[in-house]
Design a protein around this ligand. Structure first.
Ligand SMILES: [Cu+2]
Length: 271
């Protein structure tokens, strides 16, 4: 009886252990197509432990790459999709930073970093992509689509979507409301400046007379834009330390935002 009980307990433990193995095997099967060094996760349970360990580490931004080798890529990039890898949490985190695709193309973001990220812009939003995870978006509108990581706003990228004739059209609109043709000289001194600092327009709202040219000066390390809702005007991409302008000839109230960081909001009131 005693021996039987012991054997039963042993069998039970073995069953538990094999259950665990099954789970790990499934994880490994999923990660297999990621290829390359992912197989290093070979120690079944240690691979799982590492993974959950990383989840706990998500708040530490500063593992400079040393943790990257431990990220197990799950899932696969769909056939024909363009892959953008997330490799770090800084300005070069999206690799490549700019891609050009045909309209209707699928783009897969693969998070090879050990922090969670997003790729979020006016045209699409992946939502949170956990370490090792991937999200595919389909780009069915031609144009130039800026995006950034909501968690690490310095991380930015650009996807240029060609139209059906493979032309790059609908690039960032540079229209300005009722803009004076370039040759015309605005009456009055006509210029005013809005600073972009710490991911905000400063001041967020200005009132200007018609004919004023607004210059946005980017004091941040990340690129920004000042883009009117519905694309009614745009500064275009403003890199760190650079400025972009738009001229306002029409009376009205123009709300705008940053295409990279859509929660950066501003308003131009033209009187
Ligand atoms: Cu921005």
């Amino acid at each position: 009886m005693l021996g039987l009980a012991a054997a039963g307990a042993l069998a039970l433990r073995q069953a538990d252990a094999s259950d665990d193995d099954d789970d790990d095997d499934e994880d490994q099967d999923n990660s297999g197509p990621g290829g390359g060094g992912d197989d290093d996760g070979g120690g079944d349970s240690s691979g799982g432990d590492n993974h959950s360990g990383h989840d706990g580490d998500d708040d530490d931004d500063d593992d400079d790459g040393d943790g990257d080798d431990d990220v197990i890529i799950t899932g696969t990039v769909p056939t024909g999709a363009v892959e953008i890898r997330i490799v770090d949490d800084d300005a070069d985190g999206f690799s490549p930073g700019t891609v050009t695709v045909d309209v209707g193309a699928a783009v897969t973001f693969v998070n090879a970093d050990d922090d969670a990220h997003t790729a979020t812009g006016a045209g699409f939003d992946t939502g949170i992509i956990q370490p090792g995870g991937d999200v595919t978006v389909v780009l069915d509108t031609p144009g130039t689509w800026f995006y950034a990581c909501l968690i690490h706003p310095e991380m930015t990228g650009t996807i240029i979507v060609r139209d059906a004739s493979s032309a790059v059209t609908g690039a960032t609109p540079n229209a300005t409301p009722g803009a004076t043709p370039a040759a015309a000289t605005p009456t009055g001194s006509g210029g005013t400046t809005v600073a972009i600092r710490d991911f905000a327009f400063e001041p967020p709202e200005i009132t200007i007379p018609a004919g004023t040219t607004v210059s946005w000066e980017n004091a941040d390390a990340a690129p920004h834009t000042a883009t009117g809702d519905d694309g009614v005007f745009s500064s275009g991409r403003i890199d760190a330390g650079a400025a972009g302008t738009a001229t306002f000839d029409e009376v009205g109230t123009f709300a705008y935002r940053c295409e990279f960081h859509p929660d950066m909001l501003g308003t131009i009131v033209v009187t």
